[in-house]
Design a protein around this ligand. Sequence first.
Ligand code: IPM
Ligand code: MN
Length: 355
Amino acid sequence: MKLNIAVLPGDGIGPEVTGQAEKVISAVCSKKGHEAVFRHGLIGAVAIDRASNPYPEETHRLCMDSDAVLFGAIGDPRYDNDPGAGQRPEKGLLSMRSRLGLFANLRPVKSIPALYDKSPLRRERIEGVDFVAVRELTGGIYFGRPQGRSEDGDTAYDTCVYSRDEIERISRLAFEIAGKRRGRLCMVDKANVLATSRLWREVVQQLSAEYPGVETEYMFVDNAAMQLIQWPGRFDVILTENMFGDILTDEASVITGSLGMLPSASIGLYTSVFEPIHGSYPQVAGKDTANPLAAVLSAAMMFEHAFKLVEESGMIEEAVERSIEAGVVTEDMGGAESSRTSEVGDWLVDYINGL
Ligand code: IPM
Ligand code: MN
């Protein structure tokens, strides 16, 4: 099979981590007789620097013409304290999500026995944690209009908007995912305060009648934030809107012991995008110390979701697990005896070659 993959490394540690993922994808392909063709595109701060646009038209065309997109990270400290900056790197990611119609972001969270001691949570709380957060990705307060400032500049506003259709399409996906897992769906909202959340609840309640095999519960987001830390093992599928999903999945990442471990798949109308949930981590950019596993595991999700190559996906997951057991991990996971980003990538490639 020929795999046409667009690679958008982006900012900070993005290029280093997608570089390892490319190596791993190539290793899997040569093992299984596939051909991976990588074409690179600009996004984020580098795209503002070189093309004056955080999501250039050329990059969009590349994404539309590819079978899958591997994305690194976005963000640059040059823009963080410049609220008046006309162009923002993050806008590149948001434009890509919007124009590719990526309405569903799947973020699996699974604890790994070899990392139990790295988690700030006690072992008995994280043993066997295995859930998927299904985050709506193209609506809500991230995209609602109006957004901006009053004329005198002293008042600012964002608008949270959701339509029934937007809620229904992602909810159906979440019900289907839950049906293939342990059959438990937890809808997270703030229906005691927000009108959008009440619409979410209404739609999900109606849909739940069509999925009798799935047990649905409803939880306010503040309570969910607490339960996620106190009893993460209770969750199977969490369904939530854009902003709540953003926050809760960063929180969830500490369960596994490192933010550098969590992959994600963004799927929707056109080409799907596979991206680590961590950011650009500019402090260590170019130092060959960043954790490549979230990007590598995103490549595993790519094989599964974009190419339906489940065995190939499993090879990557197995390689990652073995590397952790062997202690070949970056400094965020290994402390004193850590390996470099590229060494972890090389180890994974060697492991896959030896399969
Ligand atoms: C994420 C990121 C993005 C988001 C930022 C960079 C716009 O935090 O993918 O979770 O908020 O969605
Ligand atoms: Mn985030």
